[in-house]
Design a protein around this ligand. Structure first.
Ligand code: 5RP
Length: 248
């Protein structure tokens, strides 16, 4: 039990380290900045808030990728805007986000928090894309450990399930916690979590193929704007851990 809580603390420390290092190295005053979602990305959001409060950063126009991140921005007084706004419609300078899996080519699975639709908008609208992870997210092959989330409009649930099964996927409707029934996304849609018995196809082909099924809004493969990945690794010599930066 004590070992478990040590592991938890260590994992949180690694996430913090990744978030702080990425912000300190990449965020500059005046940037249009995409802010990701999840328990790792929140540490980057907090670091941006801290640097704005200290006056080290100025004139940040943020884009929040979920309700979770909007609420965090509100708490930290980080100004955020719609991607349709005059402030952000020309695109983002930088987005910092977490991921569920990262392969050796820096391709990703995202959407564990169900925010991959807007996270992908931010990722593909950004000049520079940065992913922050602890080492547990690294994998040789995407889809081996983590399911790929597929956001679908509610009326297409059964049709899309059949289409995904034709691609060889095992499909599970994502269920909510502390609410009866399925997860409903920020956009009123459902999420199908899919697994492949053997993921032989190229993830970039899968990303396109899944989106061609009518009723699919977006899937959690991110292959088109390979990020710089900040990997926080535990290190016996240094209790705070260390960062490895992997270029695309
Ligand atoms: C949310 C995401 C998250 O970035 C991803 O699930 C990683 O989350 P965490 O840092 O909490 O493990 O894609 O949709």
């Amino acid at each position: 039990m004590e070992q478990d809580s040590n592991r938890l603390d260590n994992n949180t420390q690694l996430k913090q380290l990744a978030g702080k290092t990425a912000v300190d190295e990449t965020v500059k005053s005046g940037m249009k900045l995409g802010l990701g979602t999840g328990s790792t990305a929140v540490h980057a959001v907090r670091r941006v808030g801290e640097l704005l409060a200290q006056g080290v950063l100025r004139d940040i126009c943020a884009f929040a990728t979920s309700f979770q991140t909007e609420i965090e921005c509100e708490k930290l007084k980080i100004p955020f805007y719609s991607l349709n706004s005059q402030e952000l419609s020309s695109g983002l300078d930088l987005t910092i986000d977490g991921a569920d899996e990262v392969d050796p080519k820096n391709r990703l699975i995202k959407g564990g928090g169900g925010a991959h639709l807007i996270e992908k908008l931010a990722a593909y609208a950004s000049s520079v894309y940065v992913i922050i992870v602890d080492e547990s997210k690294l994998t040789e092959r995407l889809g081996g450990g983590f399911p790929v989330p597929v956001e679908v409009i509610p009326s297409a649930r059964v049709q899309v399930t059949k289409g995904l099964e034709k691609l060889g996927a095992n499909v599970i409707l994502r269920e909510a916690v502390r609410k009866a029934g399925p997860v409903i996304t920020e956009h009123g849609n459902l999420i199908l979590d899919i697994r492949f018995a053997s993921m032989s196809a190229d993830p970039s082909i899968m990303e396109s193929e899944i989106n061609q099924i009518p009723g699919v809004v977006e899937n959690g493969f991110f292959t088109r704007n390979p990020p710089v990945v900040f990997i926080a690794r535990s290190n016996k010599a240094c209790s705070a851990g260390m960062i490895e930066k992997r270029l695309p």
